[in-house]
Design a protein around this ligand. Sequence first.
Ligand code: F6R
Length: 614
Amino acid sequence: MCGIIGYLGNKEAYPILINGLKKLEYRGYDSSGIAIFYQGGYSLYKTKGKVNQLEKKISSLKLHGTTGIGHTRWATHGIPNDINAHPHVSNSQELILIHNGIIENYYAIKIILLDNGFTFKSKTDTEVLVNLIEYIKKKNKLSLEEAVRISLNEIIGAYSIAIVEKSHPERIIIAKLGSPLTLGINKKEFFIASDPIPFINYTNNVLYLKDGEMAILNKNKELDLRKIRNNHKLNPIIKELQINLKKIEKGEYKYFMLKEIYEQPKTILDTLRGRLLITDGLIYIDGFELNKDIFFNAKCITIVGCGTSWHASLIGEYILENIARIPVEVEYASEFRYKNPIVKKKDIIIVISQSGETADTIAALKLAKKKGAFVFGICNVVGSYIARNVDAGVYTHAGPEIGVASTKAFTAQIIILILLALKIGKHKSTITDDFYKKLCTELNYISDKISLTLKTDKYIKNISKIYHKVNNFIYLGRGINFPVALEGALKLKEISYIHAEGYPAAEMKHGPIALIDEKIPVVVLATKKKLYEKIIVNIQEIKARNGKIIAIVNEGDIQVSMLADHVIYVPETYDELSPLITIIPLQLLAYQIAFIRGENVDQPRNLAKSVTVE
Ligand code: F6R
């Protein structure tokens, strides 16, 4: 993961870099650093902890210079501390480098460098890279750009880098393979960042570097873009981006996560807008229309994702199989990429990713394409790698999601999967016209039901006060609400650090029921319709062993309410749409518990928003 930033122009670099790093903290926040260059030297500061700790450390200093690079880290090689933080400096102190990614063959290179007299202060692969560049540069008497290019050709792994030579502060060299890198260009002024948000206030002219490209940036000169492999000059394709910065402010909320939970009635309308054409009874999905025959004739579909996107994929499996009657396989991207999957030419692989940058999902996408599959993407971040590299796809339009724990992106992904299933089901007549109309009408009002569900927050806060000190939680659901149980458990563990497990409710008696005692709260998704009677039996089994039941039920429920210790009432809907409602109290429960425990809800320990390493 990690976020990188750089500036080269005529303005003071420091404010641009420090403010930019704060916007990149979603990529990692265990340590950060900055280097500002002036004629003949540089100032370099780095520290363990978040960017505001770096800012505090250097607040009394006046850092002047119009060239600079900065980094916010998510540790891969070496623990988070001041020494392992970036930027890293070569042995001669001449080259200064920041890096996002992983150098897989760093150890073999390190041995060669040690044999040649190099020494290392940190445990990082990045320090190895900066010294490799120095070694190749000196040994072959090369310019920096040629040394960078040749070194990168020796590297196995992923990187986006920016490197500056102390004696040439008027130049920054950047390069990309695997990890994201964008360049903002304002005449002859350059802004480098892992995503365009840090510089969108200065320019909306953006170049997305492609894998295998490097750029030589010289102050007040034109951009020089090249291929790393053969040094061929390339024509830069610069795009104009429109981003509404208001959407990435917390407003009245203490944390982005809470804001994003509360935004869902609106984001769902944004996801549906122009797609659910209710008066005509039609569904129109831009990226789908040109390829609809591929879907209409599909024998099977594989959906690939990680984490929360994988949970959305499981919900997609239920919906597509039920409504469109197409067999669906769901795979973790990290497993799919290494299991030699059976993928035939023209098979449909749907990749789901909020960020569009997840390394494992990207690898799955590449593998599927190599095997000749038709790859369809469901992404939130516009212009992200996955969005740009699928055969076709659709944006979720949930808006920027800043809280590390995914919430509104999840419900938006489910909406897209429902729309796809309805569109295919209607065409294939695997759903009756009557039920199709009912589901479309319900979808049209689902945002109002989500608004009503959000009113449970006050009551959930009280439940959270009772249970915020427990060590374990269990989440149970059946059918389409089983993946919701998994997602509820993931939300709780990632932001409150309480151990939580999700199970299909009927699986309890095959082992997990041994965990039940009077100390363990069990969250049960017990909304009406299919399997309601069955889940009552499961609740009774837990009560018989003194477990504490927190039940999510429909308004007017009597049976479960009589058994449960705490009851959260949510509006009733069709089973196919119920995850859109039932996930809301689980998101709120995780938030409120983490908040009461005093955790940093938006930036939980050990995590980052975009997982760009495997
Ligand atoms: C959990 C969470 C992660 C992501 C996962 C995939 O709240 O956010 O589990 O869902 O890292 O990320 P994307 O969807 O960006 O590919």
